[in-house]
Ligand binder design. Structure first.
Ligand SMILES: *Cc1c(COP(=O)(O)O)cnc(C)c1O
Length: 377
């Protein structure tokens, strides 16, 4: 928390707006939409709820195909299952680590030949960096398939100067505790289309018909954000830019200290991409470092340093066994490579310099025998 949260929460208490309606919600939605440069936003109870609503707005139902990035958190794809849809997973490419336009094109051509095009494509922007949206949007426009941007990890990042989450038909964000800004739990759905925004609010509040009594013609959800948490969100939004600056600094220091080690490479930031570096993620070449990423994570955790593995691709998850998947190139499985070699380092906006030095020292000790030229920090 950063300071103003208490003031906004107190306002909610004083005005007695302790409900999933109230002035903070309206203000948070309009402030968020204007930050992003979109027509409107709908504050909801989680990022997962926002994806569920987005798919509902696109009328995904039983048996409908939905393409989704394979390298992501399971929350990106679970809502496809809620609706009885069938995910088809798309691999990453090496430049962005996100959805490979080459794999997407192959999947679309195949689906078109089968006369079974997907009803939506969920593009995930991982670890603060956007997917190659020009290529992806161009392909999806060609086949007239709506795009949902899962920007849960990329709030504030830019793609060719445009904010993440504002490029597709719908965008979703998360304010879970681990995200760059948080309301402890919460999410946001954004769009430039008024019909989507109105329908999302309707569905998120139990789909109540306009009537003087309780009448319902459609199935709805209880997905609205509370006015108290929206107050927290408003204060957090004010410190977003500062946090992006801090996270990029955390990344810069790690990179400077570790990039000279043979066999270590950092998540790239490709031309046109401006990542928030929500997390600093790097790859370990097991052959050169004589340590696997999994061994490194374990060693960190044994030393009370919270390092994490990269997301396990969804097409490898037992939950999605037998699900169709398109690799980057035939025989070239990028997400699997990134999963095997990737480590997320502690990257909090409030990570102290001393703590970061401890992480760096431990990292160096782990790959001791494979030192390149030592960098000074
Ligand atoms: C965190 C996250 C979500 C889910 O957000 P919740 O608010 O936790 O439901 C969805 N997609 C990705 C990529 C995430 O990292």
């Amino acid at each position: 928390m950063n300071g103003d949260e208490k003031k906004y929460v107190e306002e909610a208490f004083l005005s007695n707006w302790i409900a999933p309606v109230g002035p903070h919600i309206d203000a948070f939605e309009s402030e968020f939409a204007s930050y992003l440069g979109v027509k409107g936003a709908v504050a909801v109870s989680s990022g997962t709820a926002a994806i569920h609503l987005a798919l509902s707005l696109l009328e995904i139902g039983r048996g409908d195909k939905v393409f989704c990035s394979t390298l992501t958190f399971v929350a990106s794809a679970n809502p496809i299952l809620y609706l009885g849809g069938e995910p088809i997973f798309i691999d990453s490419d090496y430049e962005s680590w996100n959805m490979s336009p080459i794999a997407l094109e192959r999947a679309l051509i195949d689906a078109n030949n089968r006369n079974d095009l997907p009803k939506a494509v969920i593009v995930v922007h991982l670890y603060g960096q956007n997917a190659k949206m020009d290529e992806i949007m161009c392909l999806c426009r060609q086949y007239e398939i709506p795009v949902i941007e899962d920007s849960a990890e990329s709030l504030g990042s830019l793609y060719k100067g445009i904010k993440s989450g504002s490029m597709g038909e719908l965008g979703i964000f998360s304010f879970n505790g681990n995200k760059i800004i948080t309301t402890s739990g919460g999410g946001m759905l954004v769009s430039n289309q008024k019909k989507f925004l109105e329908k999302a609010k309707f569905l998120a509040s139990q789909a109540k018909d306009v009537a003087s009594y309780y009448q319902h013609s459609q199935m709805g959800y209880n997905y609205r954000m509370s006015n108290i948490l929206a107050g927290v969100g408003r204060a957090q939004l004010k410190v977003l830019e500062e946090r992006i600056f801090l996270r990029r600094n955390v990344f810069r220091l790690y990179k400077k200290a570790l990039e000279t080690i043979n066999g270590v490479s950092f998540m790239p930031e490709y031309t046109g991409s401006e990542s928030t570096r929500w997390l600093t993620v790097l790859l370990i070449d097991k052959e050169i470092c004589e340590r696997s990423a999994a061994e490194m994570v374990e060693s960190f955790n044994n030393h009370a340093i919270e390092a994490r593995a990269v997301w396990k691709p969804l097409h490898l998850q037992p939950l999605f066994k037998g699900t169709q998947y398109y690799s980057h190139l035939p025989g070239k499985h990028v997400a699997e490579d990134l999963f095997k070699q990737g480590i997320c380092l502690p990257s909090g906006s409030n990570l102290s310099l001393n703590d970061q030095k401890t992480v760096i020292e431990h990292f160096r000790q782990c790959v001791n025998h494979s030192f390149g030229q030592e960098a000074v920090i």
